[in-house]
Design a binder for this molecule. Structure first.
Ligand code: PMP
Length: 306
């Protein structure tokens, strides 16, 4: 990874190499931590963080769900991220921010109430999550052999570190089988989400994406729905079966890191033209215009770093 200069840790900026934890930190053993993934883009007016407040709010809500009491307000954490991007003096087009909270050192055993909460904001320069080529030509998805955990046994709405064991196993399997990314079904067999992104498909001019019944309430998914409606595209949120995915006209993934990544193939079936489809391209180019500050209509989603 591309190291930066500073990390914000519990209210203070520390040198990147000094942001350390004890090996007996609670989260390292039992996995209760919460993360965010936020992105800043270099616009003509300098760096801007995309939908900052919503990401920070989701961190706070994820923490509430998993019983972690973050001792900072949303405003304080927003400010920390603004300062962090400014202080690190980045130069590349895209910067990834990773705000997170975890349980530190001092208590062992599963019961975590007395474990100290550590709050951290890190940021570093990071390009296209699935590669530049993927944004143009699309990726190959494998439907994972594991499903997303059922709502009766986990909290998929929390962006909780523990949820990423499932993502990690699915992603590893997909890559090991020669694919690029995993698509996970829910325990009823309907499309849930990819290992770190949401799923959209196009059929007969209609854009279809699952409800967040068994997936993270994705901020990029929400953005795409808003944009598509503005274009006059019919958007439907409903459950999607595996067979429908195979015969979609187009499909793509959305996420802060994945941005708008076309899907070229799923389980040996080419999707549409087997590359980036027309509607996908339109949504992708509009998305990049928005995040890079080239679309005045959506500029209110940008927090500029002065
Ligand atoms: N699902 C999962 C499991 C994710 O990790 C992500 C990335 N945060 C998403 C969906 C997309 O969410 P967002 O658009 O808010 O980044």
């Amino acid at each position: 990874m591309d190291a930066a200069k500073y990390i914000w840790m519990n209210g203070e900026f520390v040198a990147w190499e000094d942001a350390k934890v004890h090996v007996l930190s609670h989260t390292l053993h039992y996995g209760n931590g919460v993360i965010e993934g936020t992105k800043a883009y270099k616009t003509e007016k300098g760096y801007a963080i995309f939908r900052l407040d919503e990401h920070t709010r989701r961190l706070k809500e994820s923490a509430k769900m998993t019983l972690i009491d973050i001792p900072y307000s949303i405003e304080e954490m927003n400010q920390a991220q603004i300062d962090l991007v400014r202080m690190n003096k980045f130069t590349l087009d895209t910067v990834y921010l990773r705000p997170f909270a975890f349980l530190g050192y001092g208590v062992m055993g599963v019961y975590h109430k007395e474990a100290p909460v550590e709050t951290v904001m890190a940021a570093w320069q990071w390009g296209a999550y699935l590669g530049e080529d993927a944004l143009k030509h699309g990726i190959r998805l494998k439907i994972a052999s594991m499903t997303r955990p059922a709502n009766t046994s986990n909290m998929g709405k929390a962006k909780a570190s523990a949820n990423y064991l499932n993502s990690q196993m699915a992603k590893y399997e997909a890559i090991d089988c020669g694919y690029d990314e995993a698509l996970l079904l829910d325990d009823q067999g309907y499309v849930a989400e990819a290992s770190g992104a949401c799923f959209f498909m196009v059929k007969n001019g209609e854009l279809i994406t699952p409800p967040n019944d068994n997936s993270l309430a994705s901020i990029t998914q929400k953005m795409v729905i808003e944009m598509a409606k503005d274009f006059g595209i019919k958007v439907t949120r409903r459950r999607i079966t595996r067979e429908e995915v195979y015969v979609a006209d187009e499909a793509f993934l959305t996420g802060t890191a994945a941005e708008i990544t076309p899907i070229a193939l799923v389980d040996a079936r080419e999707i549409g033209c087997g590359s980036r489809g027309e509607m996908t391209e339109k949504i992708q180019s509009t998305y990049f215009d928005i995040v890079f500050g080239r679309n005045a209509k959506y500029e209110h989603y940008l927090t500029y770093i002065d």
